[in-house]
Design a protein around this ligand. Structure first.
Ligand SMILES: Cc1cc2nc3c(=O)[nH]c(=O)nc-3n(C[C@H](O)[C@H](O)[C@H](O)COP(=O)(O)O)c2cc1C
Length: 189
């Protein structure tokens, strides 16, 4: 699939069928993630592929606890209707964990130590676009407490869980989410 087509067509999926993702497909998605750019080619990512039902259920409970907390903290009413069934429905959750020590020169800058997150974000996007090209729908999920996810996935305190990418076959078609006119957000000097 053409890269521009994949970029345009990929949508966040929140309803999954239980069919597992094939090993080769998963391998290709992870390979695509690893070809993302990173500061000094530090490749600050690690991936934890969760297919174990009990582990997925733990992730969901932790996310639901975070949801309850966010509801109270934000007062956002729309949040009460947000369900996270996809955390147990998706056949695989690919956790993307970043290493802040592999951030490059920005560790010496005033608002630094963010480049490793940018690199992981590029890896996540690659993972998702590759997934789309291979018939795997995905969701970039971040609504969780980092300490809780560290504990569930046995990630050390020095590393940062940045995203849980839910992946599998879409249970339904996902409509386009509109975008603002990019030209209104662009300046030429
Ligand atoms: C950094 C980041 C964090 C996100 N976190 C969540 C999340 O926690 N839960 C969720 O349902 N979607 C999450 N999303 C998905 C966005 O809601 C989605 O990309 C956006 O609404 C546009 O829809 P589309 O991906 O279908 O184009 C996240 C996306 C990004 C890039």
């Amino acid at each position: 699939m053409d890269v521009l087509q994949a970029i345009r067509e990929r949508r966040s999926c929140r309803r999954f069928l239980p069919d597992p993702i094939g090993e080769e497909t998963l391998r290709q998605m992870l390979e695509a993630a690893a070809w993302a750019p990173s500061p000094l080619n530090s490749q600050p990512w690690e991936f934890v592929v969760v297919t174990n039902a009990a582990k997925k259920a733990e992730q969901r409970s932790a996310a639901e606890a975070c949801h309850q907390w966010a509801l109270k903290e934000s007062g956002w009413k729309w949040l009460s209707g947000y369900r996270m069934d996809f955390l147990t429905e998706a056949p695989a959750i690919i956790a993307v964990v970043g290493d802040p020590k592999k951030t490059g020169v920005d560790m010496f800058q005033q608002e630094g130590t963010v480049a490793y997150q940018h690199a992981c974000a590029a890896a996540i996007q690659n993972l998702m676009l590759a997934g789309h090209a291979l018939g795997v729908a995905t969701l970039w999920f971040t609504f969780f407490d980092k300490p809780a996810v560290r504990e569930i996935l046995e990630v050390s305190a020095e590393k940062t869980p940045l995203a849980l990418v839910c992946a599998g076959k879409a249970a339904e078609a996902v409509a386009d989410v509109p975008r603002k006119d990019v030209h209104a957000k662009t300046r030429y000097i």
